[in-house]
Design a binder for this molecule. Structure first.
Ligand code: SGN
Ligand code: CA
Length: 524
């Protein structure tokens, strides 16, 4: 009798704690964390974000996360470049605190990371795919990552013993297969933390061969700033090296190989050659050639006959770029579908928090650009979609300002662990529950790399309605009114009507730099 009562009390306590019917797995299980991540996926190329490309973005599975969970509309990175963003995520800190300020740095593995705490507190941890932090992963029970940027076709993965091994196939598919294989073989007595991190849709935007041609019949709308001439903002914009017009390479980016051109000479630039094409075997090359070959011949004939003016050429490259970019997204979306299906098939969906994100945004022709780095919206924004059954209201679209330094403290709270004092981000769990009380009103941004694509160092603050950017190299300030000018075409910093806003943002910028203990601006 007494024993029965004890069992009943224990059962009721479990119900009260929220481990009732509807959750699969053992009652006391902590949630699994499935972090689905890609490289350079702009929110404009995700339908659920509802941007100008919403009708053409091939993302039914990523959209499913939005439908069954939340899509964060104001999600941003702290430093819009690959390695630094990944370091922000692992440490919950701005770049100057974790030491990984630019691509090419080597991540200091002796520092605190969220993987360390999850692993030492009973999580089974793994990372597969793009890593890009130079030093190999630590605090992961399993890892298999690309060297550096990795390759799309028949890529090499660094093995846990440090050796390198090439695999036949397409990077996105292989990353998915390896992630699924790890889930199958993992230690099932523990909750898992899996980072499944794709190379796609990063440059050189090389699609799975099965997806070549997917967008041939699709009209892709053109951004209104495709022919931006960079007036009314910092003069550093005009020095960029990331224009579809002047910097998109014919063979490397646009896929018109030199050996296909006969006597036609294309205008510059034309660097780097065709490394991805050269990685393929003959059968793979034949599929590529069957798709691009006839299109390239038609283009070259038209070009030779003088059909293209300068703007036509930019438009042609823009369409070629977007068709390939969106095709690489298609495989990422299929991967997301496969991972969600795995959770469904294995009774894991209820007790797994699923996140889809990408290391930064990307320009899809806005301001005439490809690439990222700038604090302008397209590259500053980061996708953040999250599903957590029973916690997040399906179909919610929070507007609070969130940043990638928030992910680590979020994972800790999901796992029931305390955040260390050093963490600069804030747990998103209250927002997941719909509680936005006392949420932050501004975000700090810092970009330190001055290299490829010629984007200078710049620093800034963003609120819901405004953005202030400082360019130390020219000692210029830009202020944008994001409600009136969402395309950021005109700085209103010198406009007397914005005096008060300018002063408020400048004060907020100083406050955030002090709060985060930011270093002095780099010397010119
Ligand atoms: C490579 C690309 C650049 C890109 C950087 C950073 N060039 O260097 O276009 O900006 O990566 O990207 S490529 O010739 O190698 O394609 S990041 O996502 O890794 O930060
Ligand atoms: Ca990236």
């Amino acid at each position: 009798m007494q024993e029965k009562t004890q069992i009943r009390v224990a059962f009721i306590m479990l119900l009260l704690l929220g481990f009732g019917a509807g959750r699969s797995g053992t009652a006391a299980e902590r949630p699994n964390i499935l972090f689905l991540f890609s490289d350079d996926h702009a929110v404009n190329a995700i339908s659920a974000y509802g941007g100008p490309l919403a009708n053409v973005a091939p993302t039914p599975n990523i959209d499913r996360i939005a439908r069954e969970g939340a899509v964060f509309l104001n999600s941003f990175c702290a430093n819009s470049i690959c390695g630094p963003s990944r370091a922000n995520i692992l440490t919950g800190k701005h770049s100057h605190k974790n030491g990984f300020m630019r691509n090419g740095n080597s991540f200091d593995q002796s520092q605190w990371t969220v993987a360390r705490d999850l692993q030492s507190n009973g999580y089974n941890t793994a990372v597969i795919g793009k890593w890009h932090l130079k030093s190999n992963p630590v605090h992961f029970d399993h890892w298999e990552v690309f060297p550096g940027q990795g390759s799309y076709y028949n890529p090499v993965f660094i093995q846990p013993d440090g050796s390198r091994k090439a695999f036949n196939g397409y990077a996105t598919d292989l990353t998915t297969e390896k992630a699924v294989a790890w889930l199958d073989s993992r230690d099932k007595s523990k909750p898992f933390f899996l980072m499944c991190q794709h190379k796609a849709p990063h440059r050189t935007f090389a699609p799975a061969l099965r997806h070549l041609g997917s967008f041939d019949q699709v009209e892709i709308p053109e951004p209104s700033s495709l022919f931006d001439t960079y007036e009314n903002r910092s003069r550093t914009l005009a020095n960029n090296e990331m224009e579809i017009d002047r910097h998109f390479d014919w063979a490397y980016d646009a896929k018109v190989r030199k050996d296909e051109r006969g006597d036609v000479t294309l205008p510059k630039p034309d660097r780097y050659g065709t490394p991805e094409y050269n990685r393929m075997n003959d059968k793979q090359k034949a599929k590529w050639d069957a798709h691009f070959g006839p299109k390239n011949q038609k283009f070259l004939a038209d070009y030779k006959s003088g059909k293209f003016n300068d703007q036509d050429l930019v438009r042609w490259k823009y369409r070629r770029y977007m068709r390939n970019y969106l095709s690489t997204v298609k495989a990422v979306d299929e991967s997301v579908g496969r991972m969600l299906q795995y959770l469904d098939d294995n009774g894991l969906a209820e007790n797994t928090i699923v996140i889809y994100s990408s290391d930064q945004g990307f320009f899809l022709g806005e301001h005439g650009w490809y690439d990222k780095r700038w604090m302008f919206e397209e590259s500053f924004r980061m996708p953040f979609l999250v599903r957590w059954p029973g916690v997040i209201e399906p179909g919610s679209r929070p507007k609070e300002l969130i940043q990638n330094i928030d992910y680590a403290p979020t994972f800790l709270e999901v796992a029931g662990l305390d955040a260390s004092n050093e963490i600069q981000g804030k747990s998103l769990v209250p927002l997941f529950r719909g509680d936005a009380k006392d949420w932050r009103e501004s975000l700090y941004y810092a970009y330190y790399e001055l290299g490829e694509h010629a984007v200078p160092q710049h620093f800034g603050v963003r609120t819901q309605n405004h953005k202030l950017i400082y360019f130390p190299i020219t000692d210029e300030w830009n202020l944008f009114d994001l409600q009136r000018d969402p395309g950021e075409m005109k700085s209103v910093h010198a406009d007397p009507a914005y005096r008060r806003t300018r002063e408020e943002l400048a004060a907020e910028f100083i406050r955030l730099r002090e709060l985060y203990e930011a270093p002095p601006f780099p010397k010119k």
